[in-house]
Design a protein. Sequence first.
Length: 142
Amino acid sequence: MNWGKWIVVSFILFAIFIGTLVFVCVREDISLVANDYYKQELDFQKQIERDKNTLALSVKPDISVVNSSVLIAYKELSNLQQGELKLFKPSNAASDLIFAIKSTADTVLIFDLHDHEKGMYKAQFKWSMNNREYYLEKTIYL
């Protein structure tokens, strides 16, 4: 073969390589941590205040897993104004779960997750009480 044929063969192989690369990249699933991350970044000072308020609590909530159920144990649940438990799965955004929490006389809340995907979750508990906002995050495994 002469040089001209090798140049054409190398261009064809390069085009096949680029085509394969584009095909693989387009099929890759890319999950963002949050769809509204710009808004979350702007509200970051509020998050710092929530964390600071939680550290100042004498008794903090406890988040645990028992038999594929998530438990929140907190004796101040009756004083909650509003709350939210988000179970964030970093590897699959479709598996994220959000539970609204209201004031209750119980000291333990149980969320049954037997039918949900197993693996690592970040339990993000955000609540307001006595006109202050609080936030607690804990890594759990189902």
